[in-house]
Ligand binder design. Structure first.
Ligand code: PAF
Length: 274
């Protein structure tokens, strides 16, 4: 695996990479969820590129950026073991040099939910992903379904800017007890982790009710709510627009929950009605 710290170095390597080139952008602190993205990319592409960059633009709180886990050595070992060919790991000064003055802002699916709770977060994501796509020039890019609103934003960005990259959503990876994997899970105490299991358990209850024929979203949301959890939001949305679901269209139940000092998000798909 070739590790490139600068844009120029990466571009040199990228020029000789067999296509299709697949890309998995990350902020490091890699876990089995990222591994699944890279493995899917490896299975589908001739070259696998990844990036590790803790993007300061997408943190609305300075202390959250400082506290974000950094596990560079393990990340490199994992990416290497999964067959990643090219790793782009720039500094913030490399991506945002003095004078950097551009913000990419996607409206539509970013309004509400994570967008409402994390000021500037999605502008930061859109800006860095637009830059990374410009540098990596991937044929395919892989994103986890766990960050459902981010996925909707990326799809909108690619459509609106006519970017020639196929966006490939990859299923959420969960611990055997159902907790969706997240780099933030390491911050949970044993008791908090136990409580956090109520998030996925609630979503599963609602999905079962949906399969059993319940079509009233307010009732599904009630079913999904686990007593004692501090929900920031729990809602049914259209997975592409993050507006209320279309009649007979696909729906997602999305949620953000505060467990102690940690904020966790999760979602579950409700298939389109026949
Ligand atoms: O999902 C993430 O890890 C980040 O938001 C991304 C897409 C790598 C952009 O920094």
């Amino acid at each position: 695996m070739k590790i490139c710290k600068t844009i120029a170095e990466f571009r040199l390597q990228r020029a000789g990479a067999p296509r299709p080139v697949g890309f998995v952008p990350t902020m490091g602190a890699l876990h089995a969820g990222h591994a699944s993205l890279v493995a899917t990319c490896r299975a589908e592409c001739a070259s696998v590129a990844s990036s590790v960059f803790v993007n300061p633009l997408q943190f609305d709180q300075a202390h959250d950026l400082e506290r974000y886990p950094r596990t560079w050595e393990q990340d490199v070992v994992l990416l290497e073991s999964l067959g990643c060919d090219l790793l782009f790991a720039p500094t913030a000064a490399e991506l945002y040099p003095d004078g950097f003055a551009t913000t990419v802002a996607v409206a539509g699916p970013t309004l509400g939910y994570e967008g409402a709770h994390r000021a500037g977060h999605f502008d930061g994501v859109a800006t860095v992903v637009a830059k990374l796509f410009g540098i990596v020039e991937p044929d395919r890019a892989y994103f986890g379904k766990k960050d459902a609103q981010q996925l909707a934003l990326i799809r909108r960005l690619v459509l609106d800017l006519d970017l020639d990259v196929a966006i490939v959503p990859v299923a959420t990876v969960r611990d055997p007890d159902g907790l969706a994997l997240s780099s933030r899970n390491v911050r949970l105490s044993a008791k908090e982790r136990e409580r956090a299991l109520g998030i996925a358990a609630g979503l599963r209850r609602a999905a079962t009710a949906w399969q059993d024929g319940e079509r009233d979203f307010d009732r599904l949301i009630d079913v999904a709510r686990t007593a004692g959890l501090d929900y920031e939001y729990l809602a049914a949305v259209d997975p592409l627009t993050f507006q209320p679901p279309q009649p007979h269209g696909p729906a997602l139940l999305v949620t953000a929950v505060r467990v102690g000092a940690t904020r966790l998000i999760d979602n579950i798909e409700l298939d389109a009605q026949p």
